[in-house]
Ligand binder design. Structure first.
Ligand SMILES: Nc1ncnc2c1ncn2[C@@H]1O[C@H](COP(=O)(O)OP(=O)(O)O)[C@@H](O)[C@H]1O
Ligand SMILES: [Mg+2]
Length: 231
């Protein structure tokens, strides 16, 4: 489902080139639930930005589904992402001037999907994440946990096969984080592929496969949380 081949990422900084990914290989199968862990600044966000096409490698190849992202234009990648990848961030990134349901409608409007049934679909998704009753509220009128669930509903709007979270529980209290994690587990049970960056070792410990990022290298088969990670 996801394949990174010898991916290098070098940022040009004032202090000179900064090599953030040093030629990493990662493969994630369809239906897998993978956690990405590692110290702050180790390159986790950079790594998943390669998968979503939010950023591009300096060299190497990225394949997601039947697409080779590395030879698509920026526009084409944005279009592809809108339909095929759901992204959830630490700070939710809902549009504050839109209501909850309008936020969920946005990806469908943008990609021109589900014409004629967008509202029904948006309400179904909001119902699934427990937000049916706050559909017409603004993000500032609901709790952080609710905002993150709205962000998940929005990420699911176009029924993407792949869902990527960049520390989506990082800004939530323990109960909201646990709820969020349950939602991810349900999505995996329904066949979605999930890549979840998390600082939370306890959450990572409940994910079937953990990939550790260290100084731009990906460690597979390392000891994480006293469990032997097998790939
Ligand atoms: N756009 C950028 N330009 C320059 N340096 C960057 C950029 N994005 C990230 N970095 C640097 O790359 C390193 C890895 O960042 P990041 O992938 O965000 O790490 P993590 O998500 O693991 O905390 C950090 O040293 C960060 O400062
Ligand atoms: Mg990060």
């Amino acid at each position: 489902m996801i394949k990174l081949e010898n991916v290098r990422k070098v940022y040009q900084t004032k202090g000179g080139p900064l090599e953030v990914l040093n030629g990493v290989d990662v493969e994630v199968d369809k239906g897998e639930f993978v956690a990405i862990v590692g110290p702050s600044g180790s390159g986790k966000s950079t790594l998943i930005n390669m998968i979503t096409g939010i950023d591009r490698p300096t060299s190497g190849e990225v394949y997601v589904g039947d697409k080779r992202l590395t030879n698509l234009s920026e526009n084409a990648v944005a279009k592809w992402r809108g339909k095929n990848v759901g992204v959830v961030f630490q700070f939710f990134q809902l549009l504050p001037t839109l209501t909850v349901i309008e936020n969920v409608l946005m990806p469908m409007n943008y990609a021109n999907t589900y014409t004629g049934q967008r509202r029904e679909r948006a309400m179904e998704l909001l119902d699934m994440v427990g937000l049916y009753d706050v559909a017409n509220k603004y993000p500032s009128q609901i709790s952080g946990g609710q905002q993150q669930r709205a962000a998940i509903a929005r990420a699911l709007a176009n029924d993407p096969e792949v869902i990527v979270g960049d520390e989506p529980t990082g800004n939530l209290d323990i109960i909201s984080a646990a709820l969020m994690f349950e939602l991810f587990e349900e999505l995996v049970e329904n066949g979605k592929t999930i890549v979840l960056v998390t600082h939370d070792r306890e959450l990572a410990g409940q994910v079937p496969r953990v990939i550790e990022v260290r100084d731009g290298y990906v460690l597979n088969g390392t000891e994480v949380d006293n469990r032997l990670v097998t790939r």
